[in-house]
Design a protein around this ligand. Structure first.
Ligand SMILES: *Cc1c(COP(=O)(O)O)cnc(C)c1O
Length: 299
């Protein structure tokens, strides 16, 4: 919610009271429990969104805005399972730049990435690996944060590396979870967990030397990876056991409790929930919302 407030503030949209919003979403999720799927891997996706609604032409701060939550039962992001994907190191298009808004969750960051994604797809790659600058710093992958596990060139120590939040990186909640879990569980096993800039050359050198262990992306909807990697799988399992309440954890907030064995958990990022039945009222709601939005954009 803090990230959303920082994002809306950046584009002159209003901010809101975070605790109240979380409370509203929790109540909403409890009321709509029938849309929370019960099969593992399925969830009720909750996406708070804000759009400006002032009916005028011209560039200026909007006088009105709509804050709404898209709620939709969703299946596994990768229905064929947790599979390796191929990445195109993209140097002909830039996702984010210093002083830009790449660190904010804005629709404006996604639209320009679609054509490069299609171009990568045409060449047989699943996603873009976004590079920045002449040094070819590795920043993010698709719409996910990028993690690399490799052995240090000098010391041979295993390192889990991700780019630092320098204004060009989206502060992913999953990124934060992965870093926390890595510090908690991998550091005691001798790993070094680092947020630092790293380049494409470092990656390819590590690959050539056989020091590259694995690479994966992290985001709320999925944590795919390069080659059914051990670390990524481990992370996925650690996150899921927290998410599904198999272990007790401070990130979990129980929003409702019903029918003995059915629990509803709201994840730290307010995203994934467990559920009992599916049907399509929330989908109808979304369609109405889309109509609403379309109407707004035509006026
Ligand atoms: C949404 C997003 C992420 C992941 O954020 P989560 O909070 O982990 O879902 C990472 N990178 C980009 C560019 C994003 O838009």
């Amino acid at each position: 919610m803090q990230r959303m407030n920082e994002s809306t503030a950046r584009i002159a949209l209003p901010t809101f009271e975070q605790a109240a919003m979380i409370q509203l979403i929790s109540t909403f999720a409890s009321m709509e429990e029938r849309f929370i799927p019960s099969t593992k891997g399925y969830s009720l996706y909750l996406r708070p969104t804000m759009i400006g609604t002032q009916r005028t032409l011209g560039v200026g701060p909007p006088g009105s805005a709509l804050l709404y939550v898209i709620a939709s039962p969703v299946g596994p992001y990768y229905p064929t399972g947790f599979k390796a994907i191929s990445l195109e190191a993209t140097d002909y298009a830039v996702r984010a730049w210093p002083g830009g808004v790449g660190d904010k969750k804005l629709g404006a960051n996604y639209a320009p990435c679609i054509v490069p994604q299609l171009q990568a797809a045409k060449r047989g790659f699943h996603q873009n690996l976004w590079l920045f600058g002449e040094e070819e710093f590795v920043t993010e992958v698709g719409t996910m944060n990028m993690f690399v596990a490799m052995k240090n060139k000098e010391t041979g120590q295993k390192e889990l590396i991700t780019a630092p939040l320098d204004g060009m990186i989206l502060a992913g909640v999953t990124r934060d979870c992965v870093l926390s879990l890595a510090k908690e569980k991998l550091v005691p096993e001798g790993w070094n967990v680092v947020e630092r800039k790293y380049t494409m050359k470092e990656l390819s050198d590590a690959a050539k030397d056989g020091r590259l262990i694995e690479a994966f992306g992290s985001g709320t909807a999925a944590i795919p990876e390069q080659e059914a990697g051990e670390i990524a799988l481990q992370m996925k399992n650690w996150i899921e056991e927290i998410q599904y309440g198999d272990v007790e954890h401070e990130w979990i907030k129980v929003t409702a409790l019903w029918k003995d064995e059915h629990w509803l958990y709201a994840e730290r990022s307010a995203a994934h929930c467990r559920f009992t039945e599916r049907k399509s009222a929330s989908i109808i709601q979304i369609q109405e919302m889309k109509r609403e939005m379309r109407r707004e954009s035509y006026i």
